[in-house]
Design a protein around this ligand. Structure first.
Ligand code: GLA
Length: 747
């Protein structure tokens, strides 16, 4: 076997017809078939590299299936695990791509042409992407396929990041023919697995209840998660997993998939009549077409796949490291994220300079590091029905201007952040008066409206340039350190005057490319500004946004008990440093539920911590507690944001939730134990730790005993209900939380 030069993760057989991509624990194998098409052989736990895998490569024919041609009767594409399938030549499953030629035909035959190898994954130019800036931690295999009749060239890119068991895929379509081609479907990843003994685990929901976990066995036919909201959406997150039926957090096989994209997507799983499974991940083909003129090319977003044989915690942990190393802006990827005080749930639109500064001052005294002035500071925005697009101070309500507020906050020693919703326009705005044509609408039809607002046409370069200037001046004027980038309605009435009628179906993709362009320009021009994305909470919680904005507001639902599910679900595919989590008022504004300040903070610690609370109205004991919470989080911030996270007990299965973070050197760990219901005459509650060093000796804060790591992990700890020291406890209240702080004893 030949191998790639430096990292040696890509093995190519001597006859150059078999490719074996290896990560630390997984193997991905495919080969060139006799008819020059590609056959997928295997993806799973690592296997030895061989010259060929005769048995895996074998295939059969069946009655009532169709042979490729009369001279290739042994090849029935429906009987083969394909690598990147077409439609119309005997594979009747959903295809990975579809191209229409100038005659109107959709039949294509991609034949193998050759391969190239390189090291050091480069960033994509117009799309967010994974990267390997050091150049020595990834290897790229590109397979070139061609349909000679129409001159369509397709390049399949495979980037292997061996250390995190990740393979990144994407596809480039190039028109080398003389006539226009039309791309009707262009998925980023196809994976044909040879059986269907899997559970499909995905994260679906809605506003205020994002990323709830659903786990169902695969069944024959098509099942999918997708979005047609021109946004990745709170309805279905693009991240999903396929696991074996007995896979748990701690053991068993699991595959994770995600797409580095924020627009419409379609991730599907199809089980066919021979119980094989086809996975497709990519842009949604509904509302998509792309005109590929001669010599032009189209590049798909990247899809990520990762494999673990050690259960879902291990999968999430390797993904968290992968994002940190190869997806998130390196400037912030490992930086301690500041503790935020956000004005929204305290003030909504009722802002005055004095109120804002009083809140900030109070936050500063408690230890807050970043004050964020949310919605309401610009145009004449007294409610949600005006001013979007007018990104200048509302001097009537903030007469000294936003720069005065920023200066005062900086003088207090805090960072300053502002809320923007750059993609939107209100009819009641100066922007609409001057540029009504910048609003997305379809000629001669009344546009649909959401939250009294409309969306700007991000396919129009003038719109992007205007916003770059407007946001730039505010950043410069205020020396801004943080931007909350919100997006509070989905697109309707899709149409743009910037595109010819034949290209209107490119609108959705071009819209999101426009958003990426603006984010790219702003993050390049102002590299020290930390971006947090938001979409009515966690409605655009995806890897495309994470490339620019390393953290996102996880949900508008700040009720800690609801948040247990939302953060638990989110944690499968995203790291804690990506999830903003704030302490808010009790009773909770959204649910009305009452919870203690301890429980509210305990849940919010497991993320990027902050407050969305009127800290000016706290009683003295509460203020003291908030101060302690902030002090505590600062002390353990590194472990919460960048440690390994373990889901031990799940709110989707249990009435108790246990979460744990462990520092990478296993010297510090914090475990959260929360009860969802009240228990009368309770028994012991036993928790078993994960991820510690068996031989290290540890203390637990408040307990007068030394523990070995293996004792904590195998025998566990009995959680003593509050008040037990004073005699028998007859009930433990609902929503009570305990934090166990574990530290290594260093002699
Ligand atoms: C959205 C966000 C909130 C807040 C409001 C402001 O709903 O999710 O956090 O910023 O907008 O209008």
């Amino acid at each position: 076997m030949k191998v790639g030069e430096e990292i040696m993760s890509i093995h190519i057989s001597n006859d150059e017809r078999l490719f074996h991509i290896e990560t630390k624990n997984s193997s991905y194998v495919f080969r060139v078939l006799e008819n020059q098409q590609l056959q997928h052989l295997y993806y799973g736990k690592r296997i030895h590299v061989k010259e060929n895998y005769g048995n895996l490569a074998s295939y059969q024919t069946r009655g009532f299936e169709v042979a490729y041609t009369a001279t290739e009767e042994q090849i029935q594409l429906s009987m083969i695990q394909n690598e990147y399938a077409s439609y119309g030549k005997g594979d009747f499953r959903h295809p990975a791509y579809q191209v229409q030629d100038a005659t109107g035909s959709r039949i294509t035959e991609l034949k193998y042409q050759g391969y190239t190898l390189s090291t050091g994954k480069k960033r994509l130019e117009i799309l967010p992407s994974t990267f390997d800036d050091e150049g020595d931690r990834s290897e790229v295999l590109t397979i070139t396929l061609k349909d000679d009749l129409i001159g369509l060239v397709v390049k399949l890119n495979y980037t292997v990041f061996p250390d995190q068991n990740v393979i990144v895929r994407n596809v480039e379509f190039i028109n080398e023919g003389p006539s226009d081609l039309k791309l009707l479907k262009a998925m980023s990843l196809q994976l044909d697995l040879s059986d269907d003994e899997f559970d499909f685990i995905h994260f679906s929901g809605a506003w205020l209840r994002e990323r709830q976990l659903y786990r169902t066995a695969l069944r024959p036919g098509l099942q999918s998660i997708d979005s047609l909201r021109y946004s990745s959406s709170p309805q279905n997150n693009p991240f999903f997993m396929l696991s074996r039926k007995n896979t748990t957090e701690e053991s068993g096989e699991v595959y994770g998939f995600n797409l580095v994209y924020s627009g419409n997507f379609q991730n599907s799983i199809e089980v066919d009549h021979f119980s094989t499974t086809r996975v497709l991940v990519g842009m949604n083909p509904v509302e998509f077409e792309y005109l590929l003129e001669p010599k032009k090319s189209f590049i798909t977003p990247e899809a990520i796949m990762s494999y673990s044989a050690q259960g879902m915690n291990a999968l999430s942990q390797q993904l968290a490291i992968f994002y940190r190393e190869h997806l998130v802006n390196p400037r912030f990827a490992k930086r301690p994220r500041p503790i935020v005080l956000n004005s929204w749930e305290t003030m909504y639109f009722n802002l005055t300079t004095d109120k804002v500064l009083e809140l900030a001052r109070c936050g500063q005294r408690l230890g807050v590091e970043l004050f964020v002035l949310d919605d309401g500071w610009f145009g004449h925005r007294e409610g949600d029905n005006s001013s979007l697009g007018d990104w200048t101070t509302d001097y009537r309500r903030l007469p000294k201007g936003i720069s005065y507020i920023a200066d005062e906050i900086h003088k207090m020693g805090m960072q300053f952040g502002l809320w923007f919703e750059p993609e939107m326009i209100s009819i009641d705005s100066e922007l609409y008066c001057t540029h009504p044509e910048w609003m997305i609408s379809t000629p001669h039809r009344k546009p649909s409206v959401g939250r009294h607002q409309y969306v700007l046409d991000f396919t129009n370069q003038e719109v992007i340039d205007y916003l770059f200037e407007a946001i730039s001046s505010i950043i410069q004027e205020t020396k801004l350190e943080y931007i909350k980038w919100d997006y509070n309605r989905h697109i309707t009435d899709a149409f743009t005057a910037t595109l010819l009628p034949t290209k209107q179906m490119e609108f959705g993709h071009r819209y999101i490319l426009g958003v990426y362009q603006l984010l790219e320009r702003l993050t390049k021009a102002y590299p020290e500004v930390l971006f947090e994305s938001c979409s009515s909470g966690g409605g655009r919680f995806d890897l495309g946004m994470m490339y620019y904005a390393p953290q996102a507001w996880t949900s508008d639902d700040t009720d800690p008990i609801e948040r247990l599910k939302i953060q638990h679900g989110t944690s499968y595919g995203y790291s804690l440093s990506m999830m903003s989590a704030h302490v808010s008022a009790s009773p909770n504004e959204q649910s009305g539920r009452r919870t203690s300040l301890d429980t509210r903070a305990a849940v919010a610690y497991f993320g990027v911590f902050g407050y969305e609370l009127d800290v000016t109205a706290l009683e003295a004991v509460e203020a003291e507690k908030v101060k302690e919470q902030i002090h505590f989080y600062k002390k353990y911030r590194e472990v919460f944001q960048y440690g390994n996270f373990y889901r031990i007990r799940s709110p989707f299965e249990d009435d108790v939730v246990d979460w744990q973070v462990v520092s990478s050197d296993k010297s510090t760990s914090i475990l959260l134990h929360t009860s969802l219901i009240s228990h009368l005459n309770p028994g012991y509650s036993l928790v078993k730790f994960c991820g510690l060093d068996e031989d290290k000796r540890y203390t637990i804060a408040g307990m007068d005993e030394e523990f070995f790591g293996d004792e904590l992990m195998n025998a566990g700890i009995k959680i003593i209900p509050e008040g037990a020291e004073n005699g028998p406890v007859i009930s433990t209240p609902e929503y009570q939380s305990h934090l166990l702080i574990v530290e290594e004893i260093k002699d």
